[in-house]
Design a protein around this ligand. Structure first.
Ligand code: PAF
Length: 297
């Protein structure tokens, strides 16, 4: 199976490293010709990974696309390669947050099978060609749009045998909301306070995390997705613990003065809250704080 990985940021290179023994090619924004990167694992051991760069031919020949760009870039990046994508080719999205699939369907009229791959793994780019694996986590994938075709079974088998803690789920919508809850609780708070994920286990943050989740549960209920408060809080503290030394993606974006995924995380809850006429003051506050923070730097 020919796999096209789109994006060579921390997550793109993390997934590329796991899939390096397969027929992968990596497409980057700059069409970089560099074909090597260093990967440092969670225990500090490093190795060199070699890969092919992807151009239009590799895009046309791809049997599967794994899109590893931030939520705010997905529709732009997919729009650029859309003319070359075979309409049966599954597209796997790894971005945080929710709302991207609707953008792809509305703006681009994409009918390919689309999968969400929800990851709680952490990785950091030390330089353009060196990443470090900073947090172990789970990887859950499911079909979110379009219909499965004959490629699905091969794809799932490859991902299961290559990516740690990988499972395929038919309950992907509930899992998307659970992952959204993790990001709503961790990302903005860690960015605003400029702290690693582990510091969020401090009791000072408990009431904010709980309020964020209470609001999210009410919004999810209005979207037809029942969620359990105690289970979510337990999962969130488990992720905080397992990624304790990780600097969240939003904190990294703020530190690098880049766009953040806030529109697709707390901003998504805030917008849906407005649609359903539900007050979401804690999510709204975090949303506005991140907007202010990114506008001020
Ligand atoms: O966005 C992130 O940083 C990650 O999704 C997570 C799981 C919060 C770990 O840092």
């Amino acid at each position: 199976m020919k796999i096209l990985i789109v994006g060579r940021g921390a997550m793109g290179l993390l997934f590329s490293h796991y899939l390096i023994d397969h027929d992968i090619s990596i497409k980057s924004r700059t069409n970089s010709t560099s074909t090597t990167f260093s990967f440092t694992n969670i225990n500090g051991l490093s190795k060199q990974c070699h890969f092919n760069s992807a151009f239009d031919t590799e895009t046309s020949n791809a049997d599967c696309i794994i899109c590893c760009v931030k939520s705010y870039d997905v529709s732009t990046v997919i729009a650029k390669i859309a003319p070359y994508i075979n309409n049966q080719c599954p597209i796997v999205l790894t971005n945080n947050g929710m709302g991207v699939i609707e953008q792809l369907q509305q703006k681009l009229n994409i009918t390919n099978p689309i999968y969400a791959l929800l990851t709680t793994m952490g990785a950091k780019r030390l330089s353009p060609n060196h990443i470090i694996h900073t947090g172990i986590g789970k990887n859950q994938m499911g079909l979110v749009s379009g219909s499965a075709n004959e490629v699905q079974e091969d794809l799932i088998n490859i991902l299961k045998s290559s990516i740690p803690s990988f499972t395929y789920s038919e309950q992907i919508v509930t899992l998307q909301w659970q992952k959204l809850a993790i990001n709503c609780a961790i990302n903005a708070l860690s960015a605003i306070n400029d702290i690693n994920n582990g510091e969020l286990s401090n009791l000072n943050y408990k009431s904010t995390i709980e309020d964020v989740i209470r609001e999210l549960i009410i919004v999810a209920e209005h979207e037809g997705v029942p969620l359990n408060f105690d289970n979510l809080i337990c999962t969130i503290y488990d992720v905080i613990d397992k990624t304790a030394n990780n600097s969240s993606s939003m904190r990294e974006d703020v530190l690098k003065k880049q766009d953040t995924e806030i529109d697709f995380i707390n901003g998504f809850i805030y917008r849906l809250g407005q649609k359903h006429k539900i007050a979401t003051p804690t999510n709204a506050k975090l949303y506005k704080q991140i907007i202010d923070l990114t506008n001020s730097i």
